[in-house]
Design a protein around this ligand. Sequence first.
Ligand code: GLU
Length: 475
Amino acid sequence: MTPVRTRFAPSPTGYLHVGGIRTALFAYLLAKQNNGQFVLRLEDTDKKREVEGAGQHIMDSLRALGLEYNEGPDIGGPYAPYLQSERLPRYKEWAQKLIDSGRAYADPYTAAEVQAFREAAQKAKKPFLYRNHRPENPPEWDGSTPLRFKSDPKAYQWEDAVMGSLHAGAEAIDDFILMKSDGYPTYNFAHICDDADMKITHVIRGQEFIASTPNFLNLYEALELERPILATMPHILGPDGNKKLSKRDGAKDVLDYIRDGYLPAALVNFIASMGWNDGTEQEIFTIGELIDKFSLGKVQRAGARFDERRLLWMNGAFIRALSLDELFALCNDYWPPEAADYSQDYRRAVLALVQERLKYLAELPELTSFFFTDLPINPELINGHKQLKKLSTQELRNLLEQAQATLEASEFTVEDLQARLNDLLEKSGQKPAVLFSLVRIATTQAPSSPGLAESLAVLGKEVALRRIHAQLSSL
Ligand code: GLU
């Protein structure tokens, strides 16, 4: 049996947004599942579109997600090099093979001449096909002009592992360019040569390549190559489900998400869920489960929706599933600066309180800074509070003074605080939404916090009383 070999073959033309990496993930999963190899090949033959540093960025992104490739530009492998611009002699050999068998010819036309053909076709309301203008006696190809494929137009029916049975008529076939006059091959040519040289068994890629697939099939035949299994991924749509995902939809760079404290495992789970599920209701999968359960046959054909809120939810679920020790180890770079003055035990106690609500690590300062620093009194928290804003200053004062006395008497364990605050609730005849909100606001100055007794127990008596006092003075 031939070993499964899949590849991710991005062009280094920009950053990789979370959707862009889905084909990489599926190729990775398929390779792992079959004890095969996952190959990274950088397709850098369009020098005009290349973006400096993009190749490195792609490699960093794959590693950050744990999608380690077995062969690639920076680690080599049995079919190196894996950077197309370093494989030019090899494309020349493949081109020569086609020239020798009469299946490639030098394109003698200037751009203006081709444009004239195009316009004539338009006038005649016919599709423009280059092959209708094949030169009778093409010059010998010396690399100064494009080299074109001499196609063999015919209809095709083929199987796509995701899209099912596809077909196209002969009109989809044309004499496309193999080698450009700048010495670089086209994508259409280079990927076929490389997939063959690198013994790729499964070609997983985006929907934008379906229209050209009949041409690829034609070229496989001309080169007498066995064609790999083709699998076409549906588009990733924006959150509204209408159009193709773009940066404006909030699809950030993978590394930006990592920097914000999204867990690689959650990102991988989220990316897999765009267009794939295992046919059950399960939504959270570990990478091991994904490797076990993934199949091309279960990739849906319709466009998949990118929903950042779902990613946020998923990341929260992965954070909740961590042990406190695991989470604590990940948080080093995310604490608010003031936390540096506090002990590990204190920070762990704070983290234990917010783990339940933490959606991504960079949210940590927003959720925890009041544990480390006295935030300035924010009158809006009372003035904007549905119930508290109805109380007079005197009433607020009274309640705060009673709370002060209650806290003063407490030993500041969660149970004791809880019991005393409940007593006070009864005595004051107030609703929890009034009394507890007021104490919470006074002692945190934050719009939200973990449970009141739990938060107070961590803050300690001195800090809590100091803050109540400050609130009282401000009234
Ligand atoms: N270089 C192509 C791209 O980035 C890859 C397509 C393929 O996987 O064959 O779109």
